[in-house]
Design a protein around this ligand. Structure first.
Ligand code: DGT
Ligand code: CA
Ligand code: CA
Ligand code: ZN
Length: 575
């Protein structure tokens, strides 16, 4: 099996994590984390690279290159294997609790002789943590919230990881001549933010042949269940995949059935009954004569039910069936409606690539405008200064000449402090074309404090959009607590856009919020927050959130032409 950059990055990240649990020097841990990010962001495929090629990846030194080499050649890293063997599984679960982290997890484990989440919950129940130096009651509360969050997401896999796997599997099946149609189904086709198991649906006249080909695929590990038309397997990385094979004439009905959601299916089955029809995975049938009236495509089935085709991201029984029947489905936003990207970084701050590479890749996306928004200096750890950020303008002006069809905007990502103030004085801010402001710290303030500071930031005439508004990182950091209704109302009142951040581990705002904010009349941005050119691919996840939130292009600022974007900025500055 080819070894992807993501595979290598995942192992390096695991190394970092295990070194951190084992109490190794933080610099060493950081080196692995950095290497993981650099490998994941690198534009060339690592598989088949020679040593010089590996050493050319930013931040990869000799020591790291040797370990990568070992993995590419042998399929394993012996150091990693050793660490895995030393560290109890429960311990690894502990450090995944958002807000706990390796250092605290280790202290707790050692002081209280704890190695599982259950034992930790019991210890918190007895307030045992408050006696440990540097922890206390506040930590107990945070840990409990973290455990709750961990449980909510459970074993679910982020949509991007599931999608990559599903596409690889489907690609593998393409060479099987028995396959007629093939598609993802279930939550993956609906593009939920996390996926329980991958569902793949195929149509064929030879179900057995398709399943044989599937079980032969390299990514497929253990078979859990096998029937005549269905099998369930675990991939080598432990993700469950259900494959179903249906006859081609039932394709559309089966695709509807297995795409779900269950609630959507219940709704349309009810509608079918009212029309004296019955719907199942084999087709739409007349109740009395049992003759099949539609089944080959989703379109014909929906049409016979009196509806246009409903896009899968809407199929959650959130009013889409009523809207479809009444002819009021939204004209959903799609990827090619985006005219610009309003949140991106370069290696002036924590981006991986120089501005020239980012801009060049953005131009290849065919964008009409592109904002460079590096971090302002309020974020510690960044060695950036006001002067360096201002000086970026000269580079942008020079680059602009090379890309006449794409307008470059000079921006920043500001930091929202406890009171809702952002970096820099008004005169400095006025020199930039586009400004995002984001929460980058104090994640545990109260709901009132968070709501207040975000609204205060939106009152600033130079803050045009709030970046990744809740600050969550799926499976790692909880969203900050704020009053969404108050924030959405204030966004409309102050003329501030709210970002849908396309990063698959952020997906922030999430679709439920988007749907609510839409009701308020909020203007959205859909931006990649790209730290490398590879991150431009994440647009599909931002679009999925927007679709699940029922957005139309007219509601998204960066679907509008540059002139309207400039009017939006001018209106805000005139306040
Ligand atoms: P997941 O896997 O937890 O992320 O969520 P889904 O929606 O992919 O759920 P899954 O994999 O259990 O089933 C895939 C689809 O198949 C589901 O959305 C609807 C359909 N389906 C599965 N089981 C049933 C069932 O018992 N009744 C009905 N009506 N539909 C079902
Ligand atoms: Ca599923
Ligand atoms: Ca399933
Ligand atoms: Zn950013």
């Amino acid at each position: 099996m080819p070894k992807t950059n993501e595979d290598v990055a995942e192992l390096l990240d695991e190394m970092a994590e295990l070194l951190a649990i084992s109490g190794y020097d933080p610099f060493r841990v950081r080196a692995y984390e950095k290497a993981a990010r650099a490998v994941a962001a690198y534009a060339k495929d690592i598989d088949g690279m020679d040593d010089a090629g590996i050493l050319a990846i930013p931040t990869i030194g000799k020591g790291m290159a040797v370990r990568i080499r070992e993995y590419l050649d042998t399929g394993a890293m012996h150091e990693l294997e050793e660490l895995r063997a030393q560290i109890p599984a429960g311990m690894r679960e502990l450090i995944h609790i958002p807000g706990l982290g390796p250092k605290k997890a280790r202290i707790i484990a050692e002081e209280l002789n704890i190695s599982t989440v259950e034992e930790l919950i019991a210890a918190i129940g007895e307030h045992k943590l408050k006696d440990i130096k540097g922890l206390g009651l506040k930590t107990e509360e945070n840990i409990l919230r973290g455990i709750e969050q961990l449980r909510q997401h459970g074993d679910r896999i982020r949509v991007d990881i599931a999608l990559a796997l599903a596409e690889e599997l489907m690609e593998g099946l393409k060479s099987c001549s028995a396959v007629i149609d093939i598609a993802t189904a279930g939550s993956l086709r609906r593009m939920q933010e996390t996926i329980g198991d991958i569902d793949i649906l195929a149509s064929s006249k030879d179900a057995n042949g398709v399943m044989e080909a599937f079980l032969e695929l390299e990514m497929v590990g253990r078979t859990i269940a096998r029937g005549d038309t269905k099998c369930s397997v675990l991939t080598l990385r432990g993700m469950q995949v259900d494959l179903r094979v249906v006859p081609p004439e039932a394709w559309g009905a089966a695709l509807i059935y297995f795409t779900g959601s269950k609630a959507h299916n219940v709704k349309i089955r009810g509608l079918a009954l009212k029309k004296k029809l019955t719907l199942n995975e084999y087709g739409l049938f007349k109740l009395d004569t049992k003759t099949r009236v539609a089944a080959r495509t989703e379109e014909v089935v929906y049409k016979r039910l009196g509806m246009p085709w409903i896009p899968p991201p809407l199929r959650e029984d959130g009013g889409e069936v009523e809207a479809a029947a009444g002819g009021t489905l939204p004209a959903l936003i799609a990827e090619d409606h985006l005219k610009g990207d309003l949140h991106t970084h370069t290696n002036l701050t924590d981006g991986q690539a120089p501005i020239e590479e980012m801009v060049d890749a953005a131009a290849k996306r065919g964008l009409e405008y592109y904002a460079v928004t590096d971090h302002a200096e309020g974020l510690p750890m960044m060695r950036v200064t006001r002067e360096k950020l201002l000086a970026q303008r000269k580079i942008i002006d020079a680059l602009q000449k090379k890309y006449p069809s794409m307008t470059l905007l000079h921006g920043m990502e500001l930091n929202i402090d406890k009171a809702g103030n952002v970096d820099y004085d008004v005169d400095t801010l006025a020199r930039f074309d586009w400004l995002n402001a984001s929460v980058h710290g104090l994640f545990n303030l109260t709901r009132e404090e968070q709501t207040k500071r975000i609204i205060a930031a939106m009152e600033n005439p130079h803050v045009h959009a709030i970046g990744h508004p809740t600050g969550r990182q799926i499976g790692r950091r909880q969203p900050i607590d704020f009053d969404p209704e108050a924030v959405f109302a204030a966004a409309v009142r102050t003329g501030t856009a709210l970002e849908i951040n396309c990063f698959p581990d952020r997906q922030d705002l999430k679709s439920d919020h988007v749907r609510r904010a839409r009701e308020h009349g909020v203007t959205f941005t859909i931006s990649t927050d790209a730290h490398s050119v590879n991150h431009f691919r994440n647009v599909r996840y931002g679009i999925a959130i927007a679709q699940r939130g029922w957005l139309e292009p007219s509601m998204v600022l960066n679907c509008k032409p540059l002139s309207e974007l400039k009017e939006f900025v001018a209106r805000k500055r005139a306040r």
